[in-house]
Design a protein around this ligand. Structure first.
Ligand SMILES: *Cc1c(COP(=O)(O)O)cnc(C)c1O
Length: 228
């Protein structure tokens, strides 16, 4: 908890707002070069102070992404002014769902039944994406591709609104992400799911070429973050 005598968050810092807005404009024009599709941009503010989230909203971003429940909760509480849509994009711990169940608009990282059940209980009908493991790396999150249809069914059975799939490319060259991104698109098409959240600062072009409808961009918009 922030101490009670902490000053309220400062108004958006103009230089920061302008910088984020300019990078946002560059990002949107790059996306327009690559596709005619409507691609949503989630500005990922994890690891940055709340001032950066305030500035991103002032720069026109309406969707902010966070990886850690406490951090999301604290930023959502500290933000005054226009409320963004908060997207939870990090590893989802069942016991942390309650910290953010009232502020999250889209749960992007549902990768197993237990957190899905908790979300359904605490936020009935919530919008979710099922995260697909595209890298086959333990600890990075995501449901194995062959288990995705079953998990989608499970979520629907609990009354959740499954909007689509999310995936994180493997570390390394962006090109290495292409097969996984294509796989995600084909699974989404098979299941009749609209949303395909894939592409970050380093593999945005490949993701859009492979059918992304939503990119999650942090460092290319708001700069490098402190290591956790
Ligand atoms: C951190 C993160 C991002 C943004 O990463 P950048 O490389 O800074 O653009 C996107 N998606 C997920 C799941 C992340 O953890």
């Amino acid at each position: 908890m922030a101490p009670l005598n902490e000053p309220p968050p400062a108004p958006p810092q103009r230089a920061l707002v302008e910088q984020i807005a300019e990078r946002g404009a560059q990002l949107r024009s790059r996306i327009a070069e690559l596709t005619d599709r409507d691609v949503a941009v989630v500005c990922v503010t994890k690891g940055h102070p709340v001032e950066v989230a305030v500035a991103a909203v002032a720069a026109g971003f309406t969707r902010l992404g966070e990886n850690y429940a406490q951090e999301l909760r604290d930023k959502a509480a500290a933000l005054n002014g226009p409320t963004p849509e908060w997207h939870f994009i990090g590893r989802l711990q069942t016991n942390k769902v309650r910290l953010v169940d009232r502020v999250v608009s889209l749960w992007q990282s549902v990768d197993r039944a237990a957190p899905a059940d908790r979300i359904a209980q605490r936020a009935p009908g919530a919008a979710v994406l099922v995260q697909v493991d595209l890298a086959g790396l333990a600890g990075r999150g995501g449901c194995p591709p062959e288990e995705v249809p079953g998990l989608v069914e499970h979520c629907r059975g609990r009354g959740l609104d499954v909007r689509g799939l999310m995936g994180v490319g493997p570390p390394g060259p962006a090109e290495d992400a292409r097969p996984g991104f294509r796989l995600l698109t084909s699974i989404a098409e098979d299941l009749g799911l609209e949303e395909r959240s894939m592409g970050m600062s380093g593999d945005l072009d490949v993701a859009i070429e492979a059918g992304s409808t939503m990119v999650r961009v942090g460092s290319a918009l708001v700069g490098p973050r402190a290591r956790r």
